[in-house]
Ligand binder design. Sequence first.
Ligand SMILES: Nc1ncnc2c1ncn2[C@@H]1O[C@H](COP(=O)(O)OP(=O)(O)O)[C@@H](O)[C@H]1O
Ligand SMILES: [Mg+2]
Length: 406
Amino acid sequence: MLDVDENKHSGGEEPLAIPKITNVEYAKKLAMNKDKTKKKDYFGVLVSPKTMRALSEQRPHFRTKTLIKMNKDVGFNMFLFSINTIDIQNQLITGIYYDYSDGKWKKDIFPYPDFFYRRGGVAKKYKKRYKTFQYQLKKKKSSLLNPSPLGNWDVYNYFNKVISLEKHLQKSILYKDPDTLFDMLEKHRHIYLKGLIGRKGKNVVLLEQLPDNRYQFRYYNASQKKIQTVTFKKKEDTLKFINKFYKGKKFMIQEAIDLLKLNKRRIDLRAELQRTPYGTISICGISARLGKEKSPVTTHSDAMTLDELFKFLKLSETEQSKLYIKMENFLNKVYRETENKFGKFAEMGIDFALDQDYNIRFIECNSQSAKVSLHKAYGSKALEKSMLNVLLYAKSLSKRKATKKK
Ligand SMILES: Nc1ncnc2c1ncn2[C@@H]1O[C@H](COP(=O)(O)OP(=O)(O)O)[C@@H](O)[C@H]1O
Ligand SMILES: [Mg+2]
């Protein structure tokens, strides 16, 4: 075992910068040797530097623990790392792995993995390094299990050209100038502004034109954990607010879906889908998310199973199965079309909704779902299954690769 420095920063913001591999040649040789003589494929999980620090302090997140637990029987050589622990020049990674024999998280130097699973974001200043890393992985013929992020606008823009999906889409445009914004607002009265990237509803604002013609913004303030409402009379002030909110970053404008509601709480759905070892797509679970009262986003609150939602909607058995089949078809189409454009994915989290007439409306695709709602609605067994599915799918690819080599 190589002894690698803890290398903690005093600043704290970047706890685990690239550790200095003092004897590079030796480390390289060792890692290459490991790669050649390995009995099991390497499965590298990219996490945030914060998660890495927690691991090096033996404080794993429960989702990490679940993944490790699921890998025990599947048996990949699994390690976790963050963007700042990759040594691009030498193609080595300082990672942390779980030692099942004594229950400790330990550091080691690894070769580039055979399977790459992205679970944490990459800060802007590392974008270039990440690009190089991805390029190197592809060259090495590693499998990228979630090959790219699924930007809101990129996906919409593509789906707009897919005839069978068109009917599930809300009218959406990229913000260009104030006129396009106020035109959309005039037409739809309720519009959502959404950052091109973002998660947990952080870059999402509902803008309404009230009956007295004032402009009202509603959004969820994550740091204060509350719903904020801001109202303006003038267009100028409305625009000023938007500029401040998006800080000059691009955003899209989307017609609001007339979401189902339960006691003033908005409802939408999150489906977790995965590829099976047989190459088919399976739905691991569809959860209904119930927003906080008046919240424009359904995240940060409660989730229930689809059966519970159906019960609440008082649907007959026939109506339930009809609706379920529709959802299934829709989700499969979304998955396959996303793959058409962005490459093959081991899994995908799909946000969608039912409007008041039970029409299926598309919201967004996620390439690295945290599966919070699946866990809330269906419990830890479902979460475990979703992770096992990813590992089993990778295993099937690994077997296929091995047979090809023979
Ligand atoms: N067009 C829309 N109509 C109604 N609700 C929406 C719309 N777009 C987004 N939302 C609500 O906002 C939430 C967050 O939006 P989403 O596009 O999924 O962004 P994020 O990436 O932050 O999750 C959705 O789950 C949904 O509740
Ligand atoms: Mg979402």
